[in-house]
Design a protein around this ligand. Structure first.
Ligand code: FE2
Ligand code: FE2
Length: 469
């Protein structure tokens, strides 16, 4: 179905034929815009930004590009097309037709899952609100704003589900999504990672690499859901999400590239000399990877989870790419799980968070291989790695244990003494912050990052992606 842009709220769900729902969402719309004004990117409301806007939901040619002022972005409701005859692909009710309405017995669980997902979308916009002032180039500034408006749209996607399928509770939850704020002492966002400040661009690239990728895995598991409107919503969100991870992967890649140039220029890998030259030494980058990867791993939840088991058995949330597995019911399978007490046999249904975390980590490896190839080609022995999933856990069986990034249990005092060998120290953060000088002449890059290989939508890197008012 094509997207109707003549409506106040662009949509492909035939909103015009449901007056009650349309009125309710039109009532929420000004609250969203007010939130954007107060909590979205600060001070760039008058700038013309070269943004993409969805025009259809099929994979080919789904977006158009053009200069837009962010407050005028057409946020809307876009669901992937319905698949005729779709049946439940996993769990105890596998093979039955999918649901077009929420079954009463799953109502509160589904609402909680949708609210938790929805909460992350505006949270990330809030976390990134001040970054525009420190951008390394107009190209990067445009990418930041593209991500921000799309996370705003992802909030719309979840709010639509809440309004359309959860009645009054849903409408109240939609208001709450605008009332909680990232890092707020009284009303923080639901998940810890989304309350971490993102005050430099190295953190942004790590966040979009690791945390948006968690988002990808959550959306993939919802795309399998028996609740069809949720599945269709998340399928289209995944199309937009790919760009966010691209920004992370190429961003870190460009930092590595620049650092290697500086190492070659100076003929040294001494971190102090590289820092003095205004670049990010590789051990420092490793600390940022350790921090954001371990923080994002918590988002998958406890290794052993009865909630995950119930959601799967009931058909609410599948595994990412469910069809690639052979067994979709998992009643008679166990998983061997590494715990501090030794290896345990856990019913597979209860270990699904861990299954998801493992496939996520495999996906994370892809970028590392690419960056390490660049380091290897430059003739250096240093390799970037992912931290062990036992490192710095604040949830699950390894919670709070003094484990190093290699997964080794240490005496507590040694762990505390050495923590800043593994994650950024306040001095490291201050150094990275000192690199963040705003660069806004077209085609110019900050000294700590290499230019991208190509521009957006086949335009040159020098294009004026943001026209500052
Ligand atoms: Fe998102
Ligand atoms: Fe995202």
């Amino acid at each position: 179905m094509t997207i109707d842009y003549s409506e106040k709220i662009p949509n492909n769900v035939d909103l015009a034929h449901d007056r009650t729902l349309q009125r309710a969402l039109e009532h929420w719309q000004p609250h969203f815009l007010q939130w954007w004004h107060e909590m979205g990117p600060s001070d760039f409301e008058k700038a013309d930004v070269y943004l993409r806007t969805a025009t259809s939901v099929d994979a080919q040619g789904w977006a158009t590009y053009g200069a837009v002022k962010m407050p005028e972005y057409r946020w809307g409701i876009f669901l992937a097309d319905q698949q005729p005859g779709r049946t439940i692909g996993f769990g105890d009710r596998m093979g039955e037709p999918v649901w077009q309405q929420v079954p009463g017995e799953h109502r509160s669980t589904l609402r909680r899952l949708i609210v938790t997902q929805g909460d992350t979308e505006p949270a990330s916009v809030e976390q990134q609100r001040l970054l525009g002032h420190l951008c390394p180039s107009l190209y990067d500034l445009r990418n930041l704003f593209q991500i921000n408006v799309e996370e705003g749209r992802h909030l719309w996607a979840m709010v639509y589900l809440l309004h359309a399928y959860f009645g009054r509770d849903g409408r109240e939850e939609a208001e709450e999504l605008l009332a909680r704020h990232s890092g707020d002492a009284d009303k923080p966002r639901i998940l810890t990672t989304f309350n971490e400040p993102i005050s430099d661009w190295l953190s942004l690239y790590c966040f979009t690499y690791f945390t948006d990728r968690d988002g990808k895995y959550q959306l993939k598991s919802f795309a399998e859901s028996a609740f069809d409107p949720l599945s269709r919503t998340c399928r289209f969100m995944l199309t937009e999400e790919a760009h966010h991870m691209f920004v992370g992967e190429t961003g870190i890649g460009r930092v590595v590239k620049r650092t290697l140039e500086v190492m070659k220029e100076l003929g040294t890998d001494d971190p102090a000399k590289i820092r003095a030259h205004g670049a990010v030494d590789l051990p420092l980058l490793q600390k940022y990877l350790n921090f954001w990867c371990s923080s994002s791993l918590d988002l998958f939840g406890s290794e052993i989870s009865s909630n995950a088991a119930t959601s799967f058995a009931n058909g609410l949330k599948g595994r990412p790419d469910e069809s690639q597995y052979e067994d979709h019911v998992l009643r008679d399978v166990v998983l061997k799980l590494d715990t501090p007490e030794g290896t345990q046999d856990v019913p597979m249904l209860n270990a699904l968070n861990e299954v998801m975390r493992e496939s996520y980590l495999k996906d994370c490896e892809i970028g590392l291989k690419r960056w390490n190839r660049a380091i290897e080609r430059a003739g250096h022995a240093f390799r970037l790695t992912l931290p062990s999933s036992r490192f710095r856990r604040s949830i699950g069986s390894w919670v709070g244990l003094p484990v190093d990034p290699q997964g080794k249990l240490l005496p507590k005092d040694e762990y505390e003494r050495r923590l800043y060998e593994w994650i950024p120290s306040p001095e490291d953060r201050a150094f990275v912050k000192s690199l963040m000088q705003k660069v806004v002449s077209p085609g110019k890059m900050a000294a700590w990052i290499a230019p991208p290989d190509r521009g957006i939508n086949n335009l040159p890197v020098e294009y004026e992606y943001v026209h500052l008012a």
